[in-house]
Design a protein around this ligand. Structure first.
Ligand SMILES: Nc1ncnc2c1ncn2[C@@H]1O[C@H](COP(=O)(O)OP(=O)(O)OP(=O)(O)O)[C@@H](O)[C@H]1O
Length: 254
């Protein structure tokens, strides 16, 4: 048997394993038996038409949405039954498709909000980092303002800052560039690449196919709650089932 270095062992271990996950809402099979793996140091994306189950999958991964069946394993630890708060502590953070900020708190307080439940040391560390994080996502000048005084694009940046302040290992982004102009989109893509360099594995739900091809290392495609393709982004968007499901029959893209 060959002796593997520690690095080789780590590379073989998936950061996140999703095993036969299903989420049914009554008769609606929003997620219907998804199995996938994400490895450290990559940007993953999921494409799929409206209602194909992308956001539900993301909600299930963070344990905010109850599972019908399946398992989640983060770095070898099964967290299928863990509370959402615990999952956050384990290093999974997310942004939401619709901005969820508190309008009676400042931008700065909103960014720190999710840290309340962390152990004291990690909370202190997050507070010490808040200026740097605000600078990074471009909201430092509006730190004292309330979210409802900001443009939608700025509100999305605040959400992004809130998700990265705790240094997650896995960052789940639900349509991070929705409502943004091209310059802002490019800035978010750049920020994602920087985070990747710092070792933050990412999973993005996004309808912007070109951005997904440009940004992601690996794409998943969903339809009717199932995985219909995965692999190299350019190959996935050319896959006949993806073309038909997502891009419309006869469409060509990328
Ligand atoms: N809380 C819920 N109760 C009942 N049905 C739900 C619930 N959440 C989602 N669904 C249904 O589950 C299916 C998948 O929805 P989901 O929002 O996950 O899709 P999506 O791929 O993220 O869509 P979009 O691209 O429009 O955001 C849809 O049919 C939706 O109506």
């Amino acid at each position: 048997m060959s002796v593997m270095t520690e690095t080789a062992v780590r590379q073989r271990t998936a950061l996140l394993e999703v095993q036969d996950v299903a989420v049914h809402f009554g008769g609606v099979k929003a997620v219907d038996g998804i199995s996938l793996e994400m490895h450290p140091g990559k940007i993953y994306g999921v494409l799929g038409p409206n209602g194909s189950g992308k956001s539900t999958l993301l909600g299930a991964m963070t344990r905010l949405t109850p599972l019908t069946r399946g398992r989640f394993v983060l770095d070898g630890h099964d967290y299928t039954k863990a509370a959402a708060r615990k999952v956050h502590h384990m290093g999974i953070a997310r942004t939401f498709q619709t901005v969820r900020l508190l309008d009676d708190r400042s931008v700065r307080d909103n960014i720190l909000l999710g840290q309340d439940t962390l152990p004291k040391e990690r909370r202190k560390e997050a507070t010490a980092r808040v200026e740097e994080v605000m600078e990074r996502v471009g909201v430092r000048e509006v730190a004292r303002m309330r979210p409802d005084e900001l443009s939608y694009g700025m509100q999305r940046r605040v959400e992004f800052a809130r998700a990265i302040i705790g240094r997650p290992r896995l960052l789940l982004l639900d349509e991070p560039t929705a409502g943004m102009n091209n310059t802002e989109r490019a800035e978010i893509s750049e920020l994602m690449k920087q985070l990747l360099d710092e070792g933050v594995t990412q999973f993005i739900v996004e309808h912007d196919v070109q951005m997904m091809v440009d940004t992601c290392d690996h794409l998943f495609a969903m339809n009717f709650g199932k995985l219909i393709a995965e692999g190299d982004p350019r190959e996935v968007v050319r896959h006949p089932d993806v073309q038909e499901a997502y891009l419309g029959k006869g469409a060509t893209h990328a």
